[in-house]
Design a protein around this ligand. Structure first.
Ligand code: PMT
Length: 394
């Protein structure tokens, strides 16, 4: 979700500096371009070599080491999309609040006109010091994003507030800001509910009925929607952490209730989940024992049709269904579109092994309620998701 984004990380002199090594990896895993800038004291806690290897970039510390004609602090301030200062020491916070520019990091911050995230980390006494609190407020008031430190065991051996916040918080905030910073689009803050994964219908405490849906298609739609500035709610049987709301569910009944809770305020609903049509009638509370009989009979009852119920309850929402077909794709899809009453139905051919269930690729045809259809050729699920969104958001 950070593909090609330019992330500038400022590390100041604090023991939590070592944690930033992992943060760099998190950004790199998302294909971000990472540049690390350290205060001279930061390098007492973590080595330049480590940071260089992880960021796959040089590490800048000296304002006057100018490789070309551009002053370093101005070049970084112009080039990078976001500046994350973590850990932010009491010293650096106070310098930033006072506009002091006595090293490369503080000079860049002073010139930086895009979002800045500050993640303080220090001893509790320092953090609670009124001057530091006042300085943090100054930074907050001028638009810096402050990610408060957490309570816990501190390197100085005491318990209290001052631990660097969870790295996921810094990471999620970065994604949120970078994606929501391009607010120019009309989809901003439209709510999209997306379901993903195969539902799990218990037989007994150890066995269940499910299907091969990996949840990748639904996840790709939620991710791409988020990048467009929409507000996704992903309801999934395959939990994954994301910078937007994710609800984990198991059975069709749980999925139904989670979708219903989100439906009224939704602008779009995309049912990419493979919902089991049937569940076990009397699920056993105890593990079913092997008996002398060769046959075990399971009685199944129909699950509610979530998509159909939403469509008959629909007000302003645009509702999109998926259908997995192994034969007569077009006829079955058109029949299903009519029967469910949705605005769009996206059909995929599950007889093919190179697309659909549990694949990273898909090839689909999007049918709309007016009888139009658009074929989307085989490509990665994120590309397919972008094209689907392109159609339904119109
Ligand atoms: O998860 P992946 O591995 O990435 O694979 C993606 C996918 C192949 C699962 C996905 O693209 C897909 O086709 N999802 C729908 C599969 C499915 O259940 O199709 P269906 O024809 O049985 O159902 C049609 C629609 O009704 C679906 O939107 C389904 O969510 C919905 N439904 C079905 C049954 C039910 N009881 N309630 C429902 O809401």
């Amino acid at each position: 979700m950070l593909n090609g984004k330019k992330v500038l990380i400022g590390i100041t002199g604090g023991i939590a500096a070592y944690k930033i090594c992992e943060l760099i990896r998190m950004y790199k895993r998302q294909n971000a371009i990472v540049q690390v800038v350290c205060t001279p004291n930061a390098l007492n806690f973590v080595t330049k070599l480590t940071l260089q290897n992880l960021s796959q970039n040089n590490v800048a510390t000296d304002e006057f080491e100018i490789p070309d004609f551009k002053p370093e602090h101005i070049a970084y301030a112009n080039d990078y999309d976001i500046f994350i200062i973590a850990p932010a020491s009491a010293n650096t916070i106070s310098k930033l609040a006072a506009g002091i520019c006595d090293n490369l990091l503080t000079s860049i911050a002073c010139a930086f006109q895009k979002p800045i995230i500050i993640a303080p980390a220090m001893n509790t006494g320092m953090y609670e010091n009124k001057i530091i609190q006042k300085n943090l407020k100054i930074l907050k008031d001028i638009g810096y994003q402050i990610l408060e430190p957490e309570d816990g065991f501190l390197a100085c051996g005491t318990n209290g507030k001052g631990r660097l916040c969870d790295l996921n918080k810094i990471f999620d905030k970065t994604i949120e800001i970078l994606n929501r910073d391009n607010f120019s689009n009309k989809h901003f803050q439209k709510k999209i509910v997306v379901t993903a994964g195969g539902t799990i219908e218990d037989i007994d405490p150890v066995r269940y009925i499910s299907n091969y849906s990996s949840g990748k298609m639904g996840l790709a739609i939620a991710d791409e929607a988020f990048k467009l500035g929409l507000e996704p709610v992903l309801i999934t049987t395959k939990y994954i952490q994301r910078p937007y709301k994710v609800k984990e569910v198991k059975s069709a009944l749980e999925m139904k209730s989670a979708v219903e809770q989100e439906f009224q305020k939704a602008d779009y609903v995309v049912m990419a989940a493979a919902v089991a049509d049937y569940r076990v009638k009397n699920k056993s509370e105890q593990k079913i024992k092997k008996s002398a009989d060769d046959i075990l009979m399971l009685e199944l009852v129909k699950n509610p049709d979530i998509l159909k119920a939403l469509c008959s309850d629909k007000k302003h929402q645009i509702i999109v269904g998926f259908c997995a077909e192994s034969e007569n794709l077009e006829n079955n899809a058109l029949e299903k579109l009519k029967q469910k009453g949705c605005d769009f139905l996206i059909a995929n051919d599950i007889s093919r092994k190179d697309i659909g269930f549990n694949s990273d690729y898909n090839e689909v045809t999007v049918f709309d309620k007016f009888g139009n259809s658009t074929k989307l050729d085989r490509t990665g699920k994120n590309e397919i998701a972008k094209k689907i969104l392109d159609i339904i958001l119109k």
